[in-house]
Design a protein. Sequence first.
Length: 452
Amino acid sequence: MKDHQYSHFWSLLLLFWILGALSCRKEETGPLTPLSEGNQWILDSMRVYYYWNDQLPARPAPDPDARQFLSGLLHPADRFSYLLDPDHPLTAYSSFAYYGLEYAFTQVKEAGDRWVGIVTLAVPGGSAAAQGLKRGDMFTAVNGRELTPSSADALHQLLKEGKGVTLKTVRIENGTLQEVAGIMLPPTHFTEQPVYLAKVFTTEASNTGYLFYNYFDGRFDQQLLDSLYKLKQAGIRNLILDLRYNPGGDVSSAALIGAVVAPVQADEQFVTYKANRNGGIIQNTFQDALDDAPYQRYTFDALLPYRLNLEKLIILTTASTASAAELLVNNLSPYMTVIQIGGKTMGKDMASFAISDQRPAPKVNYTLYPLVFKLYNAAGKGDYSAGLTPGILADEFSRLPLRALGDENDVLIEQALEKAGGRIAGKVLPGRPSFTSSEARSRFFPPIIKKR
């Protein structure tokens, strides 16, 4: 079924449901607290589209807060449905959005088990990078407030509000933390280029390419292809695809990577979307997924010059790896051996689409994003809400300081290079408990948005 036909079907179904609900409401028995127009619209929409629509409460209690009302409808397994209310916009986003900064809070045994913040990513063009922060730098206070287990939540809140912060940076000397400087970070607008680094590791055995890709963003698909082509020209036989902090994004970009790195054809199945019984099943080939690109569209034939002939595809993951990034790991596995190294992924194994009031005279101005589809690969494998577990478990925080992206001594890259052949990795050490801003960002980041 074509996308526009599918969208028309859903819209008609919702209209019929609302009309039927209005006609039948007077027949309900027992005390019933009337719902507001907005609450009723949310409930009616969920009854049509929601994956778990058969488990919605029959008579939910009204709530003037639309987000709280939606929260009361959600299935226990649903962590990711959400609603946008322009009359009550969110006021806190993430340290990434305002400062181009990702970080982790953890204990450092090398400094007497003190709690520190560790910079995991300073985005080029962002405030953190502009002020000289780099991956591996440490800080112990935000706006003068010291980091402790009891203050961690409050400091995380400060870092995601975008009001400007000052970090007290430190370094480890002789087992103690020595203050380096106070670094002020103003909020800054920037555009992330999702390909941070492409390089080649050369050994006697073969050349191994490395690509750090941080967001499936169709606006930069050509830059992605250009980077993959340079690796092809270098004669790589293995590829390390670093998705450790990737929160997801455009499925079309995931299909584009798949079409380049995997031995697949245009008409082979890339993803299956399974909805409730109202919506049924949608199967998308690689070309179907490419056709859904929100920006430039590529035909499968146009990608032929970029295609790689790989012996091994190695994907690096953490708990921050989510959504379209997880989809790529799972949905290439029927066609090639995918070696996953790092940590278990987040478990965003579902997709949504945007729902707004389409009546001729709209009465609510919310945009609702309920979980609508479960995602499966060509072999029928899905249901990874607990995350995808790597074949080789490794924690990047097991050895400090953190190395730069693309450094062969980075814990995850070291393991990947050993798997690619020609290198001997160090012993896999126990990890350490940590809170990471990238995981919080990936949790907040929208799930896969299916085109209607």
